[in-house]
Design a protein around this ligand. Structure first.
Ligand SMILES: Cc1ncc(COP(=O)(O)O)c(C=O)c1O
Length: 427
């Protein structure tokens, strides 16, 4: 594991950064990375949903290089600059007209923190409702609304107060015993019960939800649930915050996952794919909502960084010019069809679900429980054929399949062949 003068990386890098792959990477291009032995790997982790335009897209690289030669850091309180304005313009241009102002930050968690603060400021209410199984980040407030795995929270109590939880509509593991098509109503009643028993709805500033649950297991909520949720928020003056950090930027075959449901949030968070790997995140809301923040009520030194937002502008242009949203939908269909064929032969795959190129297979034990071991074995088997994947789900029982949105039919088919081989080898 030596690199240059460093003989043992574990002396320098803390173990908190658990290793998800054996790769020591040298460079990346498109859907592939090359390790320092010169071996090529098919990267279907996409930097955990970041490199939607592929590794080092030439237009993104050129935008970064060009901007770095002009000005790198043009602090947003001190200067206005073109990349930040253009990135805000491109971003709002993909959204409904009510989402028309952008606050740029640096990470997903920071965007979530800011969105929660904004909702509290705009409503002057104290409480937040979040979904059990959600992941929103690791800073204090983001951690308080995160319940996908207890290890994220362990030994960090107390959490910020007045956060209440309701189950994410995870139909595959629903305790509801009635007809599956009504399961969403059971989840909605759970939310209503929270308001009847635990928190007064007029005390709630925001309900925060991932448009598709990411870390929690790539769970797609039913459309009727989303519509009922939107109505509930309207009835009580609660802001609906949709976290599109993983599900946005074309990932699910629409630019934003909420488009699938026909609902519009009051506040949206974005990060990950927003700038193809430069650390840029955003909070988007109406001008009226953003006006609740007086100058200085929120801020950050690096937010709206010139090089980062130049990469964001190039990212939006690549997604548009190369038709990546449509490609995500088309390749996603091919992926789902292929995975359902694999599922037919291997009952260890209990569920195949997703939208666009945000897809998962959930592994189950004989009695239907989460099969953590099988998911990990499949991932390690795939390494033998130089394919990189990562897990998701509370018990890490799912393998998330999240290629760059530039993936073509050959790469999807190459993946499917390797995946079938891996599952058949270990199942
Ligand atoms: C839906 C969602 N929200 C928030 C975050 C936190 O983002 P970051 O790791 O950039 O803080 C993530 C990261 O995985 C995420 O998937």
């Amino acid at each position: 594991m030596a690199s240059g003068t460093v003989q043992d990386p574990t002396q320098l890098i803390p173990r908190v950064l658990g290793r998800y792959s054996p790769v020591f990477v040298e460079r990346g291009e498109g859907c592939y990375v090359w390790d320092r032995h010169g071996d090529r790997w098919l990267d279907f982790t996409a930097g955990i949903g970041v490199t939607n335009t592929g590794h080092c897209h030439p237009r993104v690289v050129a935008a970064i290089r060009e901007q770095a030669g002009k000005i790198i850091h043009a602090q947003a309180n001190v200067f206005l600059h073109t990349p930040m304005l253009e990135a805000a313009d491109r971003l709002t241009g993909t959204l409904p007209s009510s989402l028309n102002q952008v606050f740029f930050a640096n990470s997903g968690a920071e965007a979530v923190e800011g969105a929660l603060k904004l909702a509290k400021m705009a409503t002057r209410r104290p409480a937040i409702v979040a979904f059990r199984g959600a992941f929103h980040g690791r800073t204090q407030a983001a951690m308080a609304v995160t319940t996908s795995k207890v290890r994220t929270r362990a030994h960090y109590e107390p959490m910020p107060p007045s956060v209440y939880y309701t189950p994410y509509p995870y139909i595959f593991r629903s305790p509801y015993m009635g007809p599956p098509e009504d399961a969403d109503l059971w989840y909605f009643r759970e939310l209503e019960n929270l308001f009847a028993t635990t928190v007064f709805p007029e005390d709630v500033a925001a309900i925060l939800m991932e448009s598709v649950a990411g870390e929690g297991g790539y769970i797609v909520p039913p459309t009727r649930f989303m519509k009922n949720l939107r109505q509930l928020c309207d009835d009580h003056g609660i802001m609906l915050i949709l976290d599109e950090i993983q599900s946005g930027m074309g990932r699910t075959g629409t630019m934003w996952a909420f488009e699938h449901y026909g609902v519009v949030p009051d506040i949206m968070t974005s990060a990950k794919g927003l700038a193809s790997g430069m650390p840029v995140s955003a909070i988007v809301a109406s001008k009226e909502t953003m006006d609740a923040w007086a100058p200085g009520a929120h801020g950050t030194t690096y937010g709206g960084n010139a090089v980062g937002t130049a990469a964001a502008v190039a990212t939006f242009d690549v997604i548009k010019d190369e038709g990546l949203v449509a490609n995500s939908a088309k390749m996603g269909d091919r992926m789902l069809t292929g995975l359902r064929e694999v599922q037919k032969d291997f009952p260890v795959i209990g569920d195949v679900r997703g939208m666009g190129l945000m897809v998962t297979t959930e592994f189950v034990t004989r009695d239907g429980g989460p099969n953590t071991e099988m998911a990990q074995k499949v991932i390690e088997k795939c390494w033998e054929r130089k394919l990189l994947l990562i897990t998701c789900g509370t018990w890490e029982q799912c393998i998330r399949i999240i290629p760059p949105l530039i993936a073509n039919e050959d790469q999807i088919d190459e993946f499917l062949a390797t995946y079938r081989w891996a599952v058949s080898s270990v199942a």
